[in-house]
Design a protein around this ligand. Structure first.
Ligand SMILES: CC(C)(COP(=O)(O)OP(=O)(O)OC[C@H]1O[C@@H](n2cnc3c(N)ncnc32)[C@H](O)[C@@H]1OP(=O)(O)O)[C@@H](O)C(=O)NCCC(=O)NCCS
Length: 147
């Protein structure tokens, strides 16, 4: 099974909105968010399409305000982030998440981005394993407590 990875197009909106529901922390990307992804970073908004069906997507963006000191410490020139990633449940564990990320990283590289960051919900074990497998280093933990 080899889905095509291509840039998001306006016709993909309904399918991507449905997929977006499975990949959120506490807030789900809305229609306006999806349109914003497309208008702000069209090169970094990619879908996986199989037999004319959208079965996954990824959205990334360039992090524009990284301080120079951080860039120096990270030995980075430009930094990008993975903002949202989702693959439809029945198509998982077939390499599609990996394919989407690798295509995004290729697009990042073409734009001079050489370092990638992301946050992922602790309960999303699959996502953490995927990022570990792709060589991401865990730099911290995000904590929350009700007062
Ligand atoms: C995370 C997600 C995108 C992975 O997509 P996928 O297409 O299944 O990923 P891949 O098939 O490319 O997986 C690559 C590797 O990641 C690891 N992995 C993926 N899913 C896993 C799982 N359920 N359990 C353990 N390891 C897993 C494995 O090492 C896997 O390689 P392998 O199958 O050869 O063992 C998908 O599970 C998903 O949509 N989850 C819900 C949304 C989400 O968590 N998004 C990211 C955070 S916002």
């Amino acid at each position: 099974m080899h889905p095509a990875i291509r840039r998001y197009e306006k016709n993909d909106e309904t399918a991507v909105l449905q997929l977006a529901e499975i990949c959120s922390w506490d807030s789900t990307p809305t229609e306006a968010d999806i349109q914003g992804f497309h208008s702000s970073e069209p090169d970094f908004f990619l879908v996986a399409e199989l037999n004319q069906k959208i079965i996954g997507f990824v959205y990334g963006r360039e992090s524009k305000n990284v301080p120079n000191e951080v860039l120096r410490k990270w030995k980075a020139t430009r930094v990008g982030s993975v903002e949202v990633l989702a693959v439809e449940e029945k198509y998982r564990r077939r390499g599609i998440g990996t394919q989407l990320l690798k295509s995004l990283f290729q697009a990042f590289t073409e734009r001079g981005i050489d370092t990638v960051t992301l946050s992922t919900p602790a309960e999303e074990i699959a996502a953490k394993r995927l990022y570990d497998k792709l060589g991401f280093e865990t730099r911290g933990y995000f904590l929350k407590k009700k007062l």
